[in-house]
Design a protein around this ligand. Structure first.
Ligand SMILES: [Zn+2]
Length: 536
């Protein structure tokens, strides 16, 4: 059935017609411009798709037709948009960009371009023991690394872990990683850690630590100062420096000396805070009373703290690094985002250690959403209430995984969002062979709940393509495999087969199965009850 337009709808129809005409004209313009700026080979054939070899360092390149999560202040999402990279920086973000002659074009149709992800706490040296501690609790971790076997790691073992971890990070689209390096028993270990970080084309921050000594001891050593001067003097934004140590809560506050060294060096301090059975409110109070809580302080986990400590963190401008996968299974405390939100404490995400978990911030986003919502429902049910609207949104965890990390590390002017002028640290999520890449309706939700590391098509760090078409570019994975095997061999021989097996397979405590009143087997229609039921 058709209905003749009523007089009142005529202006509306005219408007639609004008818009349609304009859209048609715009499409024609795009075709003309595309032909002008990207002339194909003679004969009108399509240009061959870009290969990794076409993306040589220094050559400008552009992502075409992507959904772009800019993560700028307004969280603009651009559809069918282009991102042009020249040198180390993002030159322009927009639609149908004019690009310099010789620019390589990456077809990002159907994909999502987002800022490179940022992990603010990862013990990279432990990656050579990947997966070994999958069934550990925090206590077993402490016993294995701190008391028993951590001191058996040689400098080359720290190197192996860092090399593998660094490669793993960039492969998964994590372009900046804090190496929470608390296995640095000697400066030779520290040099080995930095050697590996410098070999991987990612952005890193060495957070120097040593679990074999008090921080007031190692930070006072002249060779430590010498190391910092030797390796961190050049203003290199690919490699930053922090100090990493925990505060025991001892009223004498021996950590004060280490804080003073950090202040002297201008180094931020990152600390495991609010870890059940290990660090608590006393540490936060001592830091606060002595004036060492600053906006650059990072409180890792921050899970088992009282309101008083959260108020102190919020008031002094520091941030929390939440490692949900870790907190959920090791036992530091419930992943605290539900409390951090209440106190307006900035959040970044982290994976902690690959001796247990993945090095994959997609997992961090997913588990963080799940844990926060789970807690919100649980608390509400305890009050006989129903949550009808979730507070924590997919958009927020994507922010925490990108911009939140940049802010926590003081790198916000450099990275963490897709804006002209910033360093080009980017990820393209695109997988044409996957049924999970379409429809692409809610890009934040897609990143947080649908995508995975296998969908990371292209990774760019500091303007350099380090992964393209799902393959690492210019990275020596064979070398990482070789040095990792040597470390595993070394540790196996140090531990011996028995301790090795015991370490990996901790005893399972006895589980008491509850008596079940419903031990029936067959329904007896005559008596209208289950035969053999013990139920009275
Ligand atoms: Zn940790």
């Amino acid at each position: 059935m058709t209905v003749a337009p009523q007089p009142a709808t005529l202006p509306f129809m005219l408007l639609v017609s004008v818009i349609r005409t304009r859209v048609r004209l715009r499409v024609e313009e795009v075709k003309v411009m595309t032909a002008a700026t990207h002339p194909g080979p003679p004969g009108g054939e399509q240009p061959a798709p870009v290969t990794a070899a076409d993306l040589s360092p220094g050559r400008p390149f552009v992502f075409r037709h992507a959904t772009v999560l800019t993560m700028d202040d307004a969280h603009h999402v651009r559809h069918n948009a282009d991102v042009l990279i020249t040198g180390e920086r993002i030159a322009e973000v927009g639609t149908d960009l004019q690009v310099p002659e010789g620019t390589a074009e990456i077809d990002a149709t159907g994909g999502i371009v987002m800022p490179g992800m940022i992990d603010t706490h990862r013990h990279m040296w432990q990656t050579a023991m990947r997966g070994y501690g999958a069934d550990w609790t925090l206590t077993q971790y402490f016993v294995w690394y701190y008391l028993q076997w951590g001191k058996e790691f040689r400098p080359q073992d720290v190197y192996a872990g860092n090399l593998l971890s660094g490669i793993e990070a960039i492969e998964a689209g994590v372009t900046t990683t804090v190496d929470w390096s608390h296995g640095l028993q000697t400066v030779e270990h520290a040099d080995a850690a930095v050697d590996a970080l410098e070999e991987v084309p990612g952005r890193f921050m060495l957070a120097y630590g040593n679990i074999q000594q008090g921080p007031w001891e190692w930070s006072a050593a002249p060779e430590f100062r010498d190391f910092v001067n030797r390796r961190f003097s050049g203003g290199n934004d690919m490699l930053g420096f922090q100090m990493a140590f925990d505060i025991t809560g001892d009223p004498a506050f021996p950590e004060k000396a280490a804080f003073e060294v950090a202040r002297d060096l201008g180094a931020p301090v990152t600390t495991h805070a609010g870890v059940w059975g290990a660090t608590n409110d006393d540490g936060i109070r001592l830091m606060h009373e002595n004036g060492f809580m600053t906006p650059s302080s990072i409180y890792v986990h921050a899970a088992t703290l009282t309101r008083d400590s959260y108020h102190r963190i919020a008031a002094t401008g520091g941030s929390a690094s939440v490692s949900t996968e870790s907190e959920q299974s090791a036992g530091q405390g419930y992943p605290p985002t539900w409390q951090l939100r209440e106190h307006s404490i900035p959040v970044s995400l982290s994976m902690d250690t690959s001796v247990w978990w993945s090095g994959d911030l997609f997992s961090a986003m997913r588990t963080t959403l799940g844990a926060d919502r789970s807690r919100e429902h649980l608390e509400a049910h305890g009050r006989q209430e129903t949550v009808t609207h979730c507070h924590l949104r997919a958009e927020q965890v994507v922010d925490w995984a990108t911009r939140g990390g940049a802010k926590a590390l003081g790198l916000d002017a450099l990275t963490g969002s897709i804006e002209a002028g910033k360093k080009a640290d980017l990820v393209l999520i695109k997988n044409d062979g996957s049924p999970v890449m379409f429809p692409l309706l809610n890009p934040y939700g897609h990143v947080a709940f649908q995508a995975q590391r296998g969908d990371v098509h292209t990774v760019v760090v500091n303007g350099r393509v380090v992964k393209y078409a799902n393959r690492l570019v210019g990275v020596d994975l064979a070398k990482a495999r070789h040095v990792t095997e040597q470390t595993v061999e070394h540790l196996m021989s140090k531990l011996g087969p028995e301790a090795w097996a015991e370490g990996m397979h901790p005893e399972v405590p006895e589980t008491k199965v509850l008596d079940n009143p419903y031990t029936y087997t067959e329904w007896d229609a005559g008596s209208a009850q289950w035969k053999g039921s013990t139920r009275e």
